[in-house]
Ligand binder design. Structure first.
Ligand SMILES: Cc1cc2nc3c(=O)[nH]c(=O)nc-3n(C[C@H](O)[C@H](O)[C@H](O)COP(=O)(O)O)c2cc1C
Length: 180
């Protein structure tokens, strides 16, 4: 759902849904830079910035990458892919560095949403990371974390669910239910 005007971060967070069907409209360079900047301004432990991104718009490359995942239709239909990597030569703590890349990815999804675009975080493609490295000429120091498929959403209602807070949050001690 495109979010416009004076939108609060919480509205964008709550309105964002994974988008898996895109129109053919290309994503502008300006929007791509906004999305990348949102990723880049994520927090990271020691401000290590362990992320590396590859922007993919070439149809042939997108087609090759679509063959690296069960979600080939999503990838093949996207005008833009952003592959997110961990630079393993610049890690200081693997857990924290991986967490930081998750934050960067979420920032990119949220900023896409705010621009009226949509996207989905693709993890299944990690099962074929080696093929991705070969297609993108990656250095062996890069470890694939996710591929984001981004574009103008095909209009349709998208819903999702979450567990109730009372199931996942505890009050003071584990086992003591959080009452909203
Ligand atoms: C680590 C991770 C991996 C994911 N991998 C895939 C994937 O391979 N294919 C896909 O269609 N969605 C994938 N998703 C999207 C989730 O399915 C989606 O976020 C979840 O169902 C909640 O829906 P929502 O994003 O619309 O709120 C992934 C999400 C995360 C965070």
């Amino acid at each position: 759902m495109p979010v416009t005007g004076e939108t609060k971060v919480i509205d964008t967070i709550l309105n964002r849904r994974s988008v898996r069907e895109f129109t053919d409209k290309p994503v502008s360079k300006e929007d791509i830079n906004t999305i990348l900047s949102a990723g880049h301004w994520a927090p990271s432990g020691l401000n290590n910035q362990p992320w590396r991104f590859i922007v993919i718009r070439n149809r042939e490359t997108i087609h090759k990458l679509s063959e690296c995942t069960h979600y080939s239709g999503i990838v093949a239909g996207a005008p833009l892919l952003i592959a997110a990597f961990l630079d393993t030569e610049h890690t200081y703590n693997r857990t924290k560095d991986v967490q930081a890349i998750g934050a960067a990815i979420q920032n990119m999804l949220l900023s896409s949403c705010e621009l009226g675009l949509g996207g989905v975080w693709l993890g299944e493609i990690l099962n074929q990371s080696e093929k991705v490295y070969s297609i993108l000429d990656c250095s062996s120091k890069l470890e694939l974390m996710a591929v984001l498929a981004i574009g103008e959403p095909v209009p349709k209602e998208r819903t999702s669910t979450r567990k109730p807070l009372s199931e996942i949050v505890f009050d003071e001690k584990y086992g003591q239910k959080w009452e909203e």
